[in-house]
Design a protein around this ligand. Structure first.
Ligand code: BGP
Length: 470
């Protein structure tokens, strides 16, 4: 639909930006912090670095928050490292870790920046991992206890809470994100982990409403609509199936407290359905989100499986590149879409469609917690960074988000990835997303000095205009 006049963004729309603890903080063992699975990770692709220093935000957060204020952010989405708060996941509380997030949150609030707190972003405590991780029910209790600590500590300061970042990607791309482990039936193990995360999430949402007056909480999966490769009914069915497996499994559970029927049929058919205890259903039904957060980078396009088998897996699959599923769908390249330097398709219109479909399905306000372009940036001799490609990407997505608002979608805000350069989940430092350039290479830390990119000044102007000057 074309609108003759686009609706404005509301004046209290949150114009933010995002990071996650293990990708930005560094200081991986400072001040009593425990090791997370990310700190213990050794399977980094050749040429990439680890997260031990990252952007050294832990030591430079004050300078970074100043930059965020100058940028004009009205929200900042960050994650708390579970291992700073409870180093071994379920034991003693580390007061120094708690104090760090108080300092960060206070600095944000002093500058009128709304903190949006993710409780868990890919960095499970290594000690819990060694005891079975999300495969064990004990991790549900450890997470709920950790959540309670966060609510009690920060509940008077933080209004917006996110439970688990991209739970669906941890399950669908367990090998890429490091959750797969080496169980005899890795997929079954992953869906058992998934079930436990769902329980932890439901308990946490319920707890938030009990402990944080006025607090708002939601899940933060990676959601994008799945297109059929053609109008062939079999392709449309394949797209519906993958929509159920990729998207609705997670959002139906968060919003309705039950398994999506199509996804459940697939889990049962494959023999990978999780074990469910009687009391689980009650727990799952007891938590409800106040809004839905979602990360969006691109859409997926799929076709019906071939008779002779074959799923069209994409080489080097990461969290955005779909892999197929034998007998269900195969992934195909969408020839209508350009790709970025890392093979991810770029689809701003798909963003509008995704926002509409999710809003229509669940009728909850939406908060975009990630969207952005990973690219190779160049720091010029005069300290400038020219990133017109990033501006183009963000402008196109913001325009489509405005169209979605005009279509009737209720939006709380937009937090693109990322506020500042940080370590990519898969491609190290060289794949940059930030508005602020951090001067370091993969292995040469240099001085980690901060530089404002062209996109910084562009986003600053956009925020000043309440999103009207895209
Ligand atoms: C999402 C993650 C982020 C971030 C982003 C970009 O899946 O939630 O943590 O990494 O993707 O991905 P990448 O760094 O692999 O380009």
């Amino acid at each position: 639909m074309q609108h003759r006049q686009l609706a404005p963004f509301s004046p209290d729309f949150l114009w933010g930006a995002s990071t996650s603890a293990y990708q930005v903080e560094g200081a991986w063992d400072a001040d009593g912090k425990g090791r997370s699975v990310q700190d213990a990770r050794t399977n980094f692709p050749e040429g990439t670095t680890d997260y031990r220093v990252a952007a050294d935000h832990y030591h430079r957060f004050a300078e970074d928050v100043e930059l965020f204020a100058e940028l004009g952010l009205t929200a900042y989405r960050f994650s708390v490292a579970w291992t700073r708060i409870v180093p071994d996941g379920d034991g003693e509380v580390n007061r120094e870790g708690v104090a760090f997030y108080h300092r960060l949150i206070d600095a944000l609030l002093e500058r009128g920046i709304e903190p949006v707190l993710t409780m868990y972003h890919f960095d499970l405590p290594q000690a819990l991992h060694e005891k079975g991780g999300w495969g064990s029910r004990a991790t549900v209790d450890a997470f709920t206890r950790y959540a309670r600590i966060l609510f009690e500590e920060f509940g008077s300061k933080v209004r917006y809470w996110l439970t688990i970042n991209e739970q669906n990607m941890m399950i669908l791309h367990g090998a890429a994100i490091g959750t797969a482990g080496d169980a005899a039936n890795p997929q079954k193990a992953l869906y058992q982990q998934n079930h436990h995360m769902m329980l932890a999430q439901a308990e946490t949402m319920r707890l938030c409403h009990e402990l944080v007056p006025g607090g708002k909480i939601g899940p933060a999966p990676n959601i994008s609509v799945v297109y059929p490769a053609s109008p062939r009914p079999e392709d449309i069915l394949a797209a519906e199936d993958f929509n159920a497996i990729r998207n609705w499994l997670y959002l139906d559970m968060a919003c309705r407290g039950s398994y999506n029927p199509t996804a459940w049929a697939w889990l049962t058919e494959k023999g990978i359905a999780p074990e469910i205890a009687d009391s689980d259903l009650e727990i799952l039904a007891s938590g409800r989100p106040d809004f839905l957060a979602l990360n969006y980078y691109s859409t997926a396009t799929v076709a019906a499986p071939l008779d002779g088998g074959g799923v069209g897996a994409v080489d080097g699959a990461d969290q955005q590149l779909a892999v197929g599923e034998e007998g269900v769908f195969r992934s195909v390249r969408n020839e209508h879409l350009p790709v970025n330097a890392f093979g991810w398709e770029i689809d701003p219109v798909g963003f509008r469609t995704t926002l509409r479909v999710v809003h229509d399905r669940y009728r909850l306000p939406l908060l975009v917690t990630e969207n952005g372009l990973g690219a190779f940036d160049t720091l010029e001799a005069d300290g400038s960074v020219h990133d017109p490609y990033r501006i183009e990407y963000l402008a196109a997505h913001i325009s489509q988000m405005r169209a979605a608002v005009s279509d009737g979608v209720e939006m709380l805000g937009y937090c693109p990835w990322s506020a500042i350069d940080l370590i990519s989940t898969h491609q190290g430092v060289r794949k940059r997303y930030g508005f602020v350039y951090v001067d370091r290479d993969e292995f040469d830390l240099k001085e980690l000095k901060r530089y404002r990119k062209d996109s910084f000044f562009w986003y600053q102007q956009l925020i000043k205009s309440d999103g009207s000057e895209v």
